[in-house]
Ligand binder design. Structure first.
Ligand code: AMP
Ligand code: GLY
Length: 426
């Protein structure tokens, strides 16, 4: 089977890498791909913000399966169009993707179906925000309704700060866009954050191993938010009993609710959980694989990914049992100096092959490009050095040894990925 992977990040590189190992997969095409995918798959140019260009490519390629990575094509309705044209696509429809693309939809959905989440109010004006804020104690959280590439969430220590944040979202000043018609004001939750991803076929939720990521740029989880600077996956993140609870009280009611509302959810349901003193609560949904969670999760997968995604497309997930490498995995991100602010690209990257000589290390590319045989930086997050090990300490040691062998001008990475989990492990 030929598989078409849509996207250009580390997540898609990891997907292409895992799909290539399947006995069912004869060819992987990545669109638009990056410098890493260019080394393991055929690259086809496509514009991820242009629905027509993606549809044309898929119709021309006629793959046996399409796997959609990023949120933008999902929001544009790529899955709907390709399915109408008879292709087998892994991902949610535009309507089902609203669990990610509209926070007000997701919050109201959670409330309608009594799924645990923070108390909230949806507001359409500064006056409504002011009224809503009377119901919350500081700190409170103000969120853009729509997709905001990680810039849409502001944690506010005072009511005044919350009003200003809401104003910034309404005017668009905070987002560098047209501004939001609605914002969500929400209670601040405390606890450990866990990324819990499930493959879904509309009725069955098949959990992947849980992961924890580090969103902040600075060591000690300080400084501005990023797309994610590192992530790890271990058994200890979520014990079996809690995992069962989350499937039964969050994942399954979500699938039942979506089906009952006429928008069954297929694809990856990424549940952002906060493990609060009151129990696990939903912080957010994503309608896709996480980045860099996917790199660490797929490093541990010991089953055939193509078979599992195929089963999800065909509504046969209940037949699938996934096997995982015991122990742990970790993925450390190398970014361009200046990220998440402005940064330069086009810097030559050296040492990736040497890094992959380290036992159990694989380097997934995010923002890279291959030009005339040279590997160059082409984005904020550049590489995800990923390793598995018998435990987290070993996985991290391998990933950092791999990282030590890589160089490019301005390269930055956090040296404390996994610090909380290591402390817990003692
Ligand atoms: P979201 O895009 O909704 O996941 O928010 C991004 C990040 O903001 C989350 O990963 C959390 O770290 C933080 N966050 C969002 N909502 C809350 C909340 N209600 N309480 C505490 N932190 C939150
Ligand atoms: N790592 C967070 C995300 O993929 O949204």
């Amino acid at each position: 089977m030929k598989v078409l992977v849509i996207g250009s990040g580390g997540r898609e590189h990891a997907l292409a890498w895992a799909l290539k190992r399947s006995a069912q997969v004869t060819e992987v095409v990545c669109a638009p791909g990056n410098g890493g995918m260019a080394q393991i798959a055929r690259i086809a140019p496509v514009d991820l913000s242009d629905l027509d260009s993606m549809v044309e490519l898929a119709l021309r390629e006629q793959p046996g399966m399409v796997v959609v990575g990023p949120e933008l094509p999902l929001a544009l309705g790529l899955v709907d169009v390709l399915r109408e044209r008879g292709l087998r696509v892994f991902g949610p429809t535009q309507a089902a993707a609203m669990l990610e693309t509209s926070k007000s939809f997701a919050k109201r959905f959670l409330q309608r179906h009594q799924i645990p989440t923070a108390n909230y109010a949806v507001c359409t004006s500064a006056e409504e925000v002011e009224k809503a804020l009377e119901l919350f104690h500081a700190p409170m959280v103000v969120k853009a309704d729509g997709l905001a590439a990680g810039k849409g969430v502001v944690i506010c220590q005072t009511r005044r700060a919350a009003q200003e944040a809401a104003q910034g979202l309404f005017t668009g000043e905070l987002l560098g866009s047209d501004g939001e018609r609605q914002v969500v004001v929400e209670e601040f939750l405390t606890g450990d954050e866990v990324s819990f991803l499930c493959l879904c076929d509309g009725t069955t939720a098949l959990p992947l191993v849980a992961a924890q990521d580090h969103k902040r740029i600075g060591e000690g989880d300080t400084g501005p938010n990023t797309g994610g600077m590192g992530v790890y996956s271990t058994e200890s993140i979520l014990d079996a009993k809690t995992r069962e609870w989350v499937v039964r009280h969050i994942a399954e009611p979500t699938l039942r609710g979506m089906a009952a509302e006429g928008t069954p959810f297929t694809g990856v349901l990424y549940i952002g959980l906060m493990m609060t003193p009151r129990g696990p609560q939903v912080l957010e949904f994503n309608a896709r694989f996480g980045d860099p969670e996917t790199q660490a999760i797929l490093a541990r997968l010991d089953s055939d990914l193509a078979e599992a995604l195929s089963a999800a497309i065909d509504g046969r997930l209940a037949e699938i049992k996934l096997r995982w490498k015991p122990g742990a995995s970790a993925c450390v991100i190398a970014s361009s100096g200046g990220y998440p602010g402005s940064y330069e690209t086009g810097k030559e990257i050296r040492g990736v092959d040497a890094a992959e000589q380290v036992a159990e290390v694989v380097v997934f590319h995010s923002g890279t490009a291959l030009r005339a045989g040279h590997l160059l930086t082409a984005g904020g997050r550049v590489l995800g050095v990923t390793a598995v090990g018998e435990n987290l300490r070993e996985a991290l040691a391998r990933a950092y040894e791999g990282m030590r062998r890589i160089q490019f001008e301005g390269m930055y990475f956090r040296r404390d990925i996994g610090h909380r989990a290591l402390r817990k492990e003692g």
